[in-house]
Write a protein that binds this ligand. Structure first.
Ligand code: AOF
Ligand code: ZN
Length: 364
């Protein structure tokens, strides 16, 4: 970082918070935040619209009107330099008469990278880059992962009891964390493009995997089931709700044609996956999901799926909730705990939700 003031940090932090509003709703586009500040007053706010357009800058400039002239723009990602349905945002900032632009993260998109900042500088605008870049990247990580690795960012969420368990055999869904943590998980679902579980979890728990927070019901992610043999019941809650919230089943071509037809009739979409020793090949599946426009994928269960995805080195972030509850006999052991984290993961965040603790680890 260079050239940023304390005031810049404060406004950029606010722009990053604003950007979170549309996380999980902007398709293959990142959810970017923009604030226009004139004489110490926020005169315009913008966030990338659902679906990805219009871009954040457009909304902020429209809200500010004439007050954009002479203002400082805080943008969480370098303003774009390419023509889409609207002219480039860098040019829009120039036309609006903005006098200074503070940028958090740079954009790997070759149509933009470095070019947005150049348009601004060539127009005589002062540009400061890299302000709170690390913090902005948290909200842009799905977009950045898909841009750079051509697959979604994979977030493994696990809730473990005080005795290191994630559930109990044959007991269906077992409450491990409390209500506040449960709500946080539903917010995480709302902010993800897709959620994935193994077919064992569907059989054991009959989950819905939707976001059921008041007002956010429409923000449920696409539900993906790892189910090579298409074991999933066409009368499960997932299949029953497939016409409302998409269900994609990652299956193998060798699976039973009758089961395939029943699941398709229920409204599920079957993805034909590559096979790896009789199961779905995970790296190839993730490549396909990236190509389908999925930027963020939350992984919610169970132990075997978590272990497989970890072993393939495909997890980018681990969100670990730990509770004081005990599961006891018949418990299903967690593949990891704070004292036994997979190599290369570093703790980046620690928060409490009621009596539960949340720790986030990312691949260094
Ligand atoms: C901005 N502001 O709010 C966002 C940007 O498909 P398009 O034309 O919308 O372009 C997508 C690219 O635009 C995306 O890859 C990224 O480089 C940029 N996203 N840029 O100036 C925004 N969301
Ligand atoms: Zn733009």
């Amino acid at each position: 970082m260079n050239g940023g003031t304390q005031t810049d940090l404060r406004y950029m932090a606010a722009a990053i918070r604003h950007a979170r509003m549309n996380l999980g709703r902007t398709g293959t586009n990142p959810s970017v935040g923009t604030l226009l500040v004139n004489d110490g007053v926020i005169v315009g706010r913008g966030v990338t619209a659902p679906g990805g357009r219009p871009h954040a800058e457009t909304g902020a400039i429209a809200e500010a009107g004439e007050l954009a002239r002479g203002s400082t723009a805080y943008v969480t990602l370098e303003p774009c330099a390419h023509h889409g349905r609207t002219p480039p945002c860098a040019n829009a900032l120039v036309t609006a008469g903005v006098s200074r632009v503070v940028i958090a993260a740079s954009d790997p998109d070759p149509r933009v990278s470095g070019k947005g900042a150049k348009i601004l500088r060539d127009a005589g605008i002062e540009v400061v880059e890299g302000i709170l870049a690390q913090e902005a990247v948290e909200g842009l990580s799905g977009y950045l992962t898909r841009s750079l690795k051509k697959r979604p960012e994979v977030i493994l969420k696990l809730a473990i009891s005080a005795d290191g368990m994630i559930g109990r055999l044959g007991a269906g869904q077992v409450a491990i964390t409390g209500e506040i943590a449960r709500r946080m998980v539903h917010i995480m679902r709302a902010q993800s493009d897709a959620i994935m579980v193994g077919t064992g979890t569907v059989e054991a728990d009959d989950p819905e995997l939707t976001c059921r927070l008041a007002g956010l019901e429409k923000r449920s992610p696409i539900r993906i089931i790892l189910d090579g043999k298409l074991r999933m019941s066409s009368t499960s809650k997932l299949a029953a709700t497939a016409p409302d919230v998409p269900v994609w089943i990652a299956g193998l071509a060798s699976a039973d044609a009758g089961k395939r037809a029943a699941l398709e009739a229920a409204g599920c979409r079957i993805l034909s996956c590559e096979e790896h020793f009789g199961t779905v090949a995970l790296p190839e599946l993730l490549d396909d999901l990236g190509a389908e426009g999925i930027s963020s994928l939350m992984l919610e269960g169970g132990a075997e799926t978590a272990r497989n995805v970890l072993e393939e080195g495909l997890v980018d972030r681990i969100v670990l909730f730990t509770s004081s509850a005990l599961v006891g006999t018949g418990g299903i052991a967690s593949p990891l705990d704070p004292a036994h984290m997979p190599d290369g993961f570093v703790l980046v965040r620690e928060e409490t939700y009621g009596s539960d603790l949340r720790r986030d680890y990312v691949k260094a």
